[in-house]
Design a binder for this molecule. Structure first.
Ligand code: SAH
Ligand code: DHB
Ligand code: MG
Length: 236
């Protein structure tokens, strides 16, 4: 049943429909996703700096912003900043008294992100903390901040179980926990996968299933970023 996964390692023949998915994204993004100058400038700066182009797609960034707005989020935690593209989408949902903390391991990524965030006008709301997220999270917990209304987990997927545990500690009833890249071309559903990122996602899914404090779902996505998916959970 799962042999097709094994034929080429990462599995699903996404290239088959990639062009169509990208055209459809571009069609709707042209109508609905208001990519302002700061989003475009951030993407340009990431490209210039040679960062990997693995940021959320524009319509996914907009989804994050919509969820944060619907949530009335005042405090947001992001794990995995890259060049700050998703950060800028999320920060756009915050009131002027809001706060976003974003965690990034790579100092070069953090530097590009800080400049992008500043240019987008969110310098006062956003704090980029450099270091391994697993080291930064206990420090954030020790700061005694208000619980986060939304946590976006988007760093090294192998550590998702650790990040999920911290997200539970740092949120409250009604908070959202969103996890990016939980489908990864479908390889996650291969029970024989040995990929550490797949294993991190699978362990996270098992933990979420066994955790009475959350209820959630996973939506598979196709589009300009290929075939992937998002987990969206609400803290009960
Ligand atoms: N959220 C970003 C994309 C993040 S890509 C966006 O959509 O715009 C994943 C990021 O996580 C990379 O910048 C990578 O350097 C960072 N990362 C990887 N391992 C990490 C770790 N252990 N702690 C913190 N950040 C990490
Ligand atoms: C990749 C994509 C992501 O969205 C991410 O956060 C990390 C890695 C990737 O395609 O490799
Ligand atoms: Mg991601």
């Amino acid at each position: 049943m799962y042999t097709w996964f094994l034929s080429n390692g990462r599995g699903f023949p996404t290239t088959m429909n990639q062009e169509k998915w990208t055209l459809v994204d571009e069609y709707f993004n042209g109508h609905l996703v208001q990519h302002d100058a700061s989003h475009l400038a951030a993407l340009d700066a990431c490209h210039e700096a040679g960062l990997p182009a693995i940021q959320v797609a524009p319509n996914q960034g907009k989804l994050l912003q919509l969820l944060a707005m619907t949530q009335g989020a005042r405090n947001i935690l992001e794990i995995g900043t890259l060049g700050g593209y998703s950060t800028i989408w999320l920060a756009g949902a915050l009131p002027s008294t809001g706060r976003l903390i974003t965690l990034e391991f790579d100092p070069r990524h953090a530097e590009v992100a800080a400049a992008n965030i500043e240019r987008a006008g969110f310098g006062a709301l956003v704090e980029v903390i450099v270091g391994r997220a697993a080291d930064s999270l206990p420090k954030i917990a020790a700061m005694g901040l208000e619980p986060f209304d939304l946590v976006f987990i988007d760093a090294d997927k192998a550590s998702n179980p650790i990040y999920f545990e911290w997200a539970l500690k740092l949120t409250k009833q009604g908070s959202l926990i969103i996890v990016d890249n939980v489908v990864r071309n479908g390889s996650v559903a291969n029970p024989e996968t040995t990929d550490p990122d797949d294993l991190g996602v699978r362990r996270f899914a098992e933990m979420a299933a066994a955790e009475p404090r959350v209820t959630g779902t996973v939506i598979q996505t196709v589009g300009s970023k290929g075939y992937d998916g998002l987990a969206i959970l609400r803290v009960q």
